[in-house]
Design a protein around this ligand. Structure first.
Ligand code: IMP
Ligand code: MG
Length: 198
């Protein structure tokens, strides 16, 4: 069904175990924050589309009263560094003041996406603001420094798919994290087309 898959970096079991760990840590940290104000709401904000699979699994590891609000971001690869960037599509979740917010994304690469979403949400003065990513590429990939509290796995600078991550819109349903065969990835630089959904 997935003949273009080359090698598997992270198995279903490794991912599931790590997501359980992350859920435990996140729930503990948010509960700690809420000691001061038990009524403070918890809002989970997945960045569409790549964060969908992680979010579905992670929220079921969070025994908290929480709500979900999504944010969609388009990426603009750009010809030069200054023209590269991310842009919010549609509406950013509002009224986050005093709430405990957790942003979820599939991968931290250049940092543009999470950097932008964090910056805009921080302006609303949430009670706490944290970020969780399944994967993080090396610091050398970063165009923008971003602090991320919860990281599933640090991976090498390789293009990966599966568990929500796509190549040209496909493979999001592949249940593990894997690389694609070179012939399939020849056009990898086109994977994030201007304005494409992440
Ligand atoms: P950033 O803004 O460069 O940090 O990139 C974040 C977005 O780029 C992610 O949400 C993904 O959609 C995409 N991306 C970065 N690296 C990969 C990869 O290896 N595979 C699939 N998508 C990726
Ligand atoms: Mg993508």
């Amino acid at each position: 069904m997935f003949p273009e898959i080359d090698h598997i970096l992270l198995s279903r079991e490794q991912i599931a175990a790590r997501v359980r760990d992350l859920g435990e840590r996140i729930a503990k940290d948010i509960n700690n924050d809420r000691l001061a104000d038990a009524d403070a709401e918890v809002v989970i904000i997945p960045i569409l589309t790549g964060a969908l699979v992680l979010t579905a699994d992670l929220i079921r590891e969070l025994p908290l009263r929480l709500s979900l609000r999504v944010v969609a971001v388009s990426s603009y690869p750009g010809a030069s560094i200054s023209s590269k960037g991310a842009k919010i599509r549609g509406e950013l979740p509002q009224n986050l003041a005093g709430k405990h917010v957790l942003i979820i994304d599939d991968i931290l690469d250049s940092g543009q996406t999470i950097g932008l979403v964090k910056e805009l949400i921080a302006e609303q003065r949430p009670a706490s603001l944290r970020t969780c990513v399944l994967l993080r590429k090396p610091e050398t990939c970063r165009m923008r420094h971003v602090d991320v509290e919860y990281v599933g796995f640090d991976i090498p600078n390789e293009f990966v798919v599966g568990y929500g991550l796509d190549y040209d819109g496909f493979y999001r349903n592949y249940p593990q994290i894997a690389t694609l065969k070179p012939e399939a990835i020849a056009a990898a630089s086109r994977a994030t087309k201007p304005g494409s959904s992440q």
